[in-house]
Write a protein that binds this ligand. Sequence first.
Ligand SMILES: [Zn+2]
Length: 241
Amino acid sequence: MLGALASAAGVAAAASAGYQSMSPTGQWFGKTFTGLPAGTRQLALTYDDGPNDPYTLRLLEVLARRDVRATFFLIGRYVRQRPGIVQELVKAGHAIGNHTFTHPLLIFKTKAQIRREIVDCESALTEIRPVPQLPLFRPPFGGRRPEVLRVAREVGLQPVMWTIAGYDWKAPSAEYIEEKLVRNVRGGEVVLLHDGGHKNFGADRSRTVEATANSIKRYQSEGYKFVTIPEMITQQQVSSH
Ligand SMILES: [Zn+2]
């Protein structure tokens, strides 16, 4: 009986730890940035898995038209493939973050493998832009454990998660993505979207581009300001002192 209880507790703890390691807002394994307090009239759009042709550049046009700066978490091997797109991102004033070199699920990797993935992506980025004041890292699939966060910090990167997912990787339409935002925006959120696909280059992100255009229009008309992750983090640091 005791044994059964103990093992049931063990299973519950393991399941809970597994949930926490993938949950975007779980803080058990160290502080990761997940947005500003609810009600803040600001939103941060973040795009993962790029650069991607042609959707990253289409997105850039949409953002430029509305004078919005966003944050892009890039996959190192795509950066190597299309550095020109990344140069455009940098030129337009968007923030760039590290999303590993090949997008593995890091919770199943050794410390040496984790470090290699992060460092290889960082050196691809550093060839294109100067090292920023606040270098950012987002783990693929949101998968993290103490080792992942520790390595990221050792390399000098700030881990960033999200508070709202647009579920654009399975969205049948732009409206589907917009609906996810409408249902969850309270202000101060970090929104997860994708301009690329981690499985291969060229993933169709037309729905993300369209949903971005419509959502920016909607929230700007409601008085929201769109900011980058470094802008959000800087404010948080100022307000907590
Ligand atoms: Zn990703």
